[in-house]
Write a protein that binds this ligand. Structure first.
Ligand code: GLC
Length: 731
C-alpha cells in the first residue's frame, strides 16, 4: 500500500511538473497550425537550417541565411546589426522564417550587475528577478531574443573558474535564484518585446568537473546528480524556461550533449520540458574527442537522437544530417521534432509578427538612471562583511587621512567580471572614485603597490611609507576578471602575485587596515582572516562597484550579504561544502576520526555566513507538524530582533537534517530563507511552511520518498549558527 502511495505521489509530482512546464510554454492552435503548415512547405535543407546556429556575421552566413540554411545567430549585437540580418531572412528567404538572436547576457547587457556568484550573496530572489528583467529589457531593445542564461551549475569546487557564473554550492538557493532569473528574463509573456527567452545551462553537472578543471570529466552518483545538480535546472524549467543548453562535460561516461538519460528521460519524460535544447559551442563536434563518435556523422546522430535540437557552431548538423536522412540512418521525423520545438519558441517570441526591433528603443533603454540605481542596489546587497573587529567599520567621514592601496583599487575593467557582455570600462565607478565621492580628495592618498599577478614587489616599500602616515589603510586585492569564468580554473586559491605580501607589509605598519576582496571565487586567505580586523567580500560588483563599496565603508549602507559558497582554509580541503555527510567517524579530538593532521576540518568562512554593522537576536523557535488530506506540512516560526543601533538586513536561514534514514543524509540542508530589514530594536516573527515531500530523497531503488522519522530543524543566520528543534514525520 505504502509503495502504491509513493508511486502515486511521484506520478502527481511528475504531472504537476509537466503541467507547470507546459503552462509556461503554453502554445495555441494558431501556433501549432502555423508550425505544421511551415513543416509541410520546408525542404530538408530548410529544416536542417533551423537546427544550425552560427556566431558573428560574414558574407557566407548572410548568403546561407538568404537560403534558409541558418536558424540562429549568436554574438550579433545591436539593433542595426540584428535588423540587417533579420531583413535578409524575413524578406529574401523562400519561407521568410525569422532568425533568433542569442547572446550571453549573464549579469547585464550594457548596465552590468554583480557577477552571479556575487548576486547570489544577496540571497534576494526578488532583486535578482528585477536585475534579470532589466538585463532583458536592454538586450531586447538591442535586438537580442535569447540569453544563454541563467547559468545554474552547482559548484562545490572553487578551483573551477565558472563558479563565478552561478549561484554557488547549494541546490535550494540555486533553485530559487534560477527560477527568479527565468521569470526576470522571460516576464509574463514571451511575446513581450522587452523580454528574452532564457536558457538554463550547462545541462548537466558541469560544475562537478574532476579536480575543478574546466571541461573535465564528471563522475557522480545518480543520487548526487538528482539531489544536488539537477534541482536548479528543474526549478528553471518549472519557471517556464523556453530553452536549455547541453554541457561540454561527460557525465558518468556519456557526454551531456549526447546523453539520452538526461536529455530525454529526465528533461522530456519526467519534467515535461517542451522547449528546445541548444548544444554548447561545438559540444556535438567534441563527441569525437570524447571518443564516443568516430565521425561527425556519428556525433550528429547521437546528439540529435539524444535530444539536442540545435547545433551551436559545430557545423555537424548542417554538414551531415541531410545525407543521414537520405541514407535512412535518421528518420526525417526526428528532424521535424527539433524544427517544431525551435519554430514554437520563435512563434511564442512573436518573431514572425514582429521580426525587427525599434532603433529608438535601444537608445532610450540602455544605461538609464533607473538601470544605474538598480545596479547600485544589487551591488550593495551583494557585499558580505566577513570580519569587523572592534567595529573598525564603518569609517567616520571626518577621518583625517586614509590611503587606498592595491592593484584593484582604481581599476575600471576587473569589476565587470567574466561575461561582461556590452559592459564598458568607462562606465565603471572604481573603488577610489567611490571613496572620493565620500570625503575630500585631499584626505585621500592612493598607491597601487603591486600588480594583480607578476610584476615586482619593489613598490611595496613606498606603499608602506604612505601607510605609516595615515589614519587608515584600505587594501583592495583579489583576482582579475579573466582569472574566473570559462577556461579559468586555478590550482591555487591564494591571492595571486605579491598581493598578500603587500597586505602583510601594510598591516605591519600598525596603521588600522581594512581589506576589500574583489574576486570571482572563494579565496584561501587564512593569514588575512586571522590578522586583518575588517574584511569585505565584494566579488566583482559591476559598474556601480565603487559607489556600493564606498557606501558600505562609510556606513551609508549596512552590508547584509551572506556567502553562497564555502571558503576553504586551504585548497587541500577542496571539495568542502556545508551539506556534507556525517561519516562513521565525524571529526573530533579523537585521533581516529575524519580530519586532517595539518588544518582544521572547518572552513575559513562557512556557507550562509555574513556579518552586519548591527546585531540580530533569534528567539522563540517553534515547530509544528500537521497532517491533513494525506499531506504533511511543517510549520516553523522564529522571532528576530535587531538589538543594535542601526537598521540592517539579516538573512534568516532554515536548515533540516533527516537524522536516520535508509541512506545517509547530509548533516544539514537549506530549505528556506528570507532576507529581512529591521530597524533598531525592531522585532519580527517569521513563519515558514514546508511540505514534507521537500524532505525526501532518492532511495536505493532510485524512488523519491520521504521516510518517516525524526528530523532536526535549525533557524539562524548561517549554516553554522541557529536555534534547534526536533520534529517527527509519522508514517
Ligand atoms: C561558451 C560557454 C557557454 C556560452 C557559449 C556561447 O563556450 O560554455 O556558456 O553560452 O559558449 O558563448
Amino acid at each position: 500500500m505504502k509503495r502504491l502511495k509513493l508511486i502515486l505521489i511521484f506520478l502527481v509530482l511528475s504531472l504537476q511538473s509537466f503541467f507547470l512546464a507546459a503552462q509556461n510554454l503554453k502554445t495555441s492552435p494558431e501556433i501549432e497550425n502555423r508550425i505544421e503548415s511551415l513543416i509541410q512547405q520546408m525542404t530538408l535543407d530548410e529544416k536542417i537550417g533551423q537546427l544550425h546556429q552560427v556566431s558573428g556575421v560574414s558574407d557566407l552566413f548572410q548568403q546561407q541565411a538568404r537560403e534558409g540554411k541558418i536558424g540562429s545567430f549568436l554574438n550579433v549585437r545591436g539593433a542595426t546589426a540584428t535588423n540587417e540580418l533579420q531583413r535578409i531572412a524575413v524578406e529574401e528567404s523562400r519561407l521568410k522564417i525569422p532568425l533568433i538572436f542569442g547572446l550571453d547576457v549573464i549579469h547585464g547587457y550594457r548596465t552590468i550587475f554583480p557577477i552571479p556568484l556575487g548576486e547570489a550573496a544577496s540571497w534576494d530572489p526578488e532583486l535578482v528577478e528585477r536585475t534579470s528583467a532589466m538585463a532583458a529589457k536592454e538586450a531586447a531593445a538591442s535586438g537580442i531574443h535569447w540569453t544563454f542564461a541563467p547559468m545554474v551549475d552547482i559548484a562545490r569546487d572553487p578551483r573551477w573558474g565558472r563558479i563565478a557564473e552561478g549561484s554557488g554550492e547549494d541546490p535550494y538557493l540555486g533553485s530559487i535564484l534560477a527560477a527568479a532569473k527565468v521569470r526576470g528574463f522571460q516576464g509574463k509573456n514571451l511575446s513581450d518585446p522587452l523580454t528574452i527567452v532564457a536558457c538554463p545551462k550547462h545541462y548537466v553537472a558541469y560544475g562537478g568537473a574532476q579536480a575543478g578543471r574546466d571541461y573535465h570529466a564528471v563522475d557522480i552518483s545518480i543520487n548526487t546528480l538528482r539531489e544536488i545538480y539537477l534541482p536548479p535546472f528543474k526549478a528553471a524549467i518549472d519557471a517556464g524556461a523556453g530553452t536549455m543548453m547541453s554541457a561540454f562535460n561527460e557525465l558518468n561516461g556519456i557526454p551531456a550533449s549526447a546523453n539520452p538519460f538526461t536529455l530525454t528521460q529526465i528533461l522530456r519524460n519526467e519534467w515535461g520540458f517542451r522547449g528546445f535544447v541548444v548544444s554548447d559551442w561545438n559540444s556535438i563536434g567534441e563527441l569525437l574527442n570524447h571518443g564516443i563518435a568516430a565521425t561527425p556523422a556519428e556525433a550528429g546522430t547521437k546528439a540529435l537522437l539524444a535530444g539536442v535540437d540545435m547545433d551551436m557552431m559545430g557545423f555537424v548538423y548542417s554538414s551531415n544530417l541531410a545525407a543521414l536522412v537520405q541514407q535512412g540512418a535518421i528518420d526525417e521525423k526526428v528532424i521535424d521534432q527539433a524544427v517544431r520545438r525551435i519554430l514554437r519558441i520563435k512563434l511564442q517570441l512573436g518573431l514572425f509578427d514582429r521580426p525587427y526591433v525599434d532603433l529608438q528603443l535601444e537608445q532610450s533603454t540602455i544605461l538609464s538612471n533607473e538601470n544605474l540605481a538598480l545596479a547600485l542596489e544589487s551591488a550593495r546587497k551583494s557585499i558580505v562583511l566577513l570580519k569587523n573587529d572592534k567595529q573598525l567599520l564603518p569609517l567616520n567621514k571626518s577621518i583625517k587621512s586614509l590611503v587606498v592601496i592595491g592593484p584593484l583599487a582604481d581599476n575600471k575593467s576587473d569589476p565587470l567580471g567574466c561575461w561582461r557582455c556590452e559592459g564598458n570600462d568607462a562606465d565603471v565607478v572604481t573603488i577610489l572614485e567611490g571613496i572620493k565621492s565620500k570625503i575630500p580628495s585631499e584626505r585621500i592618498r592612493y598607491f597601487k603597490g603591486c600588480e594583480i599577478q607578476g610584476g615586482s614587489d619593489k613598490e611595496i616599500l613606498k606603499a608602506v611609507e604612505i601607510a605609516q602616515k595615515v589614519d587608515t589603510a584600505i587594501l583592495v586585492v583579489g583576482e582579475s576578471e579573466d582569472m574566473s569564468g570559462e577556461a579559468a580554473s586555478r590550482s591555487s586559491l591564494d591571492l595571486p602575485g605579491h598581493q598578500e605580501k603587500l597586505v602583510k607589509a601594510i598591516y605591519e605598519t600598525g596603521t588600522p587596515t581594512i581589506v576589500v576582496l574583489m574576486n570571482g571565487r572563494p579565496l584561501t586567505i587564512p593569514w588575512i582572516a586571522e590578522k586583518i580586523p575588517a574584511i569585505l567580500e565584494t566579488w566583482q560588483l559591476g559598474m556601480q562597484c565603487g559607489n556600493a563599496i564606498a557606501d558600505v565603508l562609510f556606513g551609508d549602507y549596512n552590508p547584509g550579504g551572506k556567502l553562497p559558497v564555502t571558503f576553504p582554509r586551504t585548497v587541500g580541503q577542496v571539495p568542502i561544502f556545508y551539506n556534507h555527510k556525517n561519516t562513521g567517524r565525524p571529526p573530533s579530538e579523537e585521533k581516529f576520526t575524519s580530519k586532517y593532521l595539518d588544518v582544521p576540518v572547518t572552513p575559513l568562512f562557512p556557507f550562509g555566513y555574513g556579518l552586519s554593522y548591527t546585531k540580530f537576536k533569534f528567539s522563540d523557535l517553534k515547530v509544528a507538524v500537521e497532517k491533513a488530506d494525506n499531506i504533511t506540512q511543517i510549520f516553523a516560526s522564529v522571532e528576530v530582533q535587531n538589538i543594535g543601533d542601526r537598521a540592517g538586513d539579516e538573512v534568516v536561514q532554515l536548515y533540516v537534517q533527516d537524522v536516520v534514514a535508509s541512506m545517509t543524509r547530509p548533516v544539514k540542508e537549506l530549505k528556506r530563507f528570507q532576507r529581512i530589514t529591521l530597524q533598531p530594536n525592531e522585532k519580527k516573527k517569521l513563519e515558514f511552511q514546508l511540505n514534507a515531500n521537500e524532505l525526501g530523497f532518492y532511495n536505493q531503488s532510485m524512488a523519491y520518498m520521504v521516510e518517516p522519522g525524526v528530523f532536526k530543524i535549525w533557524i539562524g543566520n548561517s549554516s553554522v549558527e541557529g536555534l534547534e528543534e526536533n520534529l517527527e514525520i509519522m508514517d
